[in-house]
Design a protein around this ligand. Structure first.
Ligand code: SGN
Ligand code: CA
Length: 541
């Protein structure tokens, strides 16, 4: 080949390479967006002021609602931690991805959406709580909490497979890692997909010492249904073990010292020989850190000693509710401050413009509604989850969206936003039409739900069901065979099961048919129900 021709060939190759690179970094001529997925653990929408400002102000999380979209009908397919995370990562229901409960191992041969991002040239990272029993795939960088993790001086699993203990408060530490990575771990040539996953506000609720002090001074309004007696509900609501008065612990939850309870004739000897070294996250704290908590702990204990003996059950319920809210909301206040730090950094660095920021929780949570804490049920407080998304120049700021969307939809949404094709066997729907304001392209009118973990902590019975904007129909099975129907418009607090009310006979018939169709659509079946019962029994032996 002549030198001249060789030079022309080389120029063509170089130019071709550059164009190829440009295509990889772009989508339809635009830079591919970054994704910052923020998820907290057990964060009730009732505790985000963009949804409800009666309990707490969350000015930073609210920025996402103001500058983006707020979904009022976002829900999960199975209201429990690890299963929700498996749904998010695989874009498939739990009966397909196999992680039906917190005990089952996640099969890591499955495709998760971060792997697809990594393959498509994104830089990927994950910091915080995964709760999978194994490490994530498809992330270039990660630091995750083992299991539930700890609030104080938490341990982290590193990418190299080792463990490191970090001194301090978990919410601050996870945020520091996230910010460090954004500032210096990032490759500016590539778009990123980052999962920033909080442990807070998961039980046992330990706020940072200053928030503990601040929130102990506060009193919160009582929920309308705090004294629910579960009349007109099924066996499942009556037998669940998540009632504040009956099942919340004075020691583990309300922070009365085990010694104090024993002295007062209560019965919660949970700590071996009352060794405070074993007392929840407090046991992990250094003497110096413990000293910061002491004054409030002493005040709680003095109050308990003075007032508990003469309290009626009603007063005990209110006392526990106030202690619960002080601690639970105190942990969220730190989440909000830290989300603010990250949003500020996105603004300062100029990254905000091309970054999709999502705030959600792995499920909803009871904040005393129906007398409960925890989650698991298909009923609203547990089934619904907060979902806020900001994406400048795509989402109209301040949008409120009432369509029924689910955590099942996240993977396909992110993939579409990044111009990566989603595998055909994912079961959600991309939320892109709703984000772009093309609501006419959205035609879902019902969602499917299936909860499995029973018998287990909190004893919520197995059930599956269908939810439309108007009704909720659920079938509780395993050791019962009971159906429940709620009229969501007339009975938003879900106080009356109208399944046997003749006025709803047509609704029941129609919804049962739709539920059967949904089970077929998502490939769930009585055979699978039985298979998972058998696996569960074997596992729990
Ligand atoms: C722990 C909690 C429960 C909670 C489960 C599951 N108890 O067992 O209250 O329901 O986790 O939570 S505690 O000892 O930590 O206080 S999940 O978010 O992981 O599903
Ligand atoms: Ca959770």
């Amino acid at each position: 080949m002549k030198t001249e021709n060789l030079i022309i060939l080389l120029i063509c190759l170089v130019l071709g390479g550059i164009t190829g690179m440009a295509q990889e970094g772009q989508q339809n001529g635009k830079e591919r967006p970054n994704i910052l997925f923020i998820m907290s653990d057990d964060h009730a929408y009732q505790a985000i002021s963009a949804y409800d400002d009666r309990l707490l102000k969350t000015p930073n999380i609210d920025r996402l609602a103001k500058e983006g979209i707020r979904f009022t009908n976002a829900s999960v397919t199975n209201s429990i931690c690890a299963p929700s995370r498996a749904v998010i990562l695989t874009g498939k229901h739990n009966h397909i991805n196999g992680k039906i409960d917190n005990h089952m191992a996640f099969d890591t041969t499955q495709v998760t959406f971060p792997q697809l991002f990594q393959k498509a040239g994104y830089q990927t990272a994950m910091f915080g709580k995964l709760h999978f029993g194994n490490s994530p795939k498809g992330v270039d960088e990660f630091m995750i909490l083992p299991g539930q993790g700890n609030y104080i001086n938490p341990e982290f699993i590193t990418k190299e497979g080792g463990r490191v203990t970090k001194q301090g408060y978990v919410t601050d530490i996870i945020t520091d890692m996230t910010l460090d990575w954004l500032k210096s771990g990032r490759n500016a040539e590539k778009p990123f997909m980052m999962m920033y996953l909080h442990k807070a506000p998961h039980r046992p609720w330990w706020p940072r010492a200053d928030k503990f002090k601040e929130f102990y001074q506060k009193e919160f309004p009582l929920p309308e249904t705090l004294f629910d007696d579960y009349e007109n509900r099924g066996t499942a609501a009556k037998t669940a073990e998540m009632n504040l008065l009956k099942h919340m612990k004075y020691s583990h939850d309300s922070k009365v010292f085990p010694q104090t309870i024993a002295e007062m004739g209560g019965v919660e000897p949970e700590v071996p020989e009352f060794d405070m070294g074993f007392w929840g996250p407090f046991g992990r704290a250094t003497a110096e850190q413990q000293a910061e908590y002491r004054p409030v702990l002493e005040a709680i204990n003095a109050d308990f000693k003075e007032n508990w003996p003469s309290m009626t059950d009603r007063e005990k319920m209110i006392w526990k509710y106030q202690r619960y809210m002080q601690d639970y909301l105190g942990t969220i206040s730190s989440v909000d401050d830290n989300v603010g730090r990250v949003l500020d950094y996105l603004d300062e660095s100029g990254l905000a413009e091309n970054t999709i920021v999502v705030y959600t929780s792995d499920q909803g949570f009871y904040l005393g509604e129906h007398g409960w804490f925890d989650k698991r049920f298909i009923y609203d407080e547990s089934f619904k989850t907060p979902l806020l998304v900001r994406w400048p120049n795509v989402i109209t700021p301040g949008t409120t969206e009432d369509e029924m969307v689910q955590n099942l939809d996240f993977a396909q949404t992110f993939l579409e936003a990044a111009g990566i094709s989603a595998p055909d066997d994912m079961q959600g729907e991309s939320l892109m039409p709703l984000l772009e304001g093309n609501n006419k392209e959205w035609d879902r009118d019902a969602v499917y739900y299936h909860y499995y973990e029973y018998p287990s902590v909190h004893m919520v019975k197995r059930h599956y069901g269908i939810v439309t904007k108007d009704y909720k129909l659920a079938h509780f099975y395993y050791d019962v065979d009971e159906w429940e129907l709620y009229d969501r418009k007339k009975d938003p607090n879900e106080m009356n099961n109208v399944y046997n009310n003749p006025a709803y006979a047509d609704v029941v018939e129609k919804l049962k048919a739709e539920l059967t169709k949904l089970r077929i659509k998502y490939k769930d079946s009585p055979e699978l129900d039985q298979k998972y019962i058998d696996i569960y029994k074997e596992k729990m032996k």
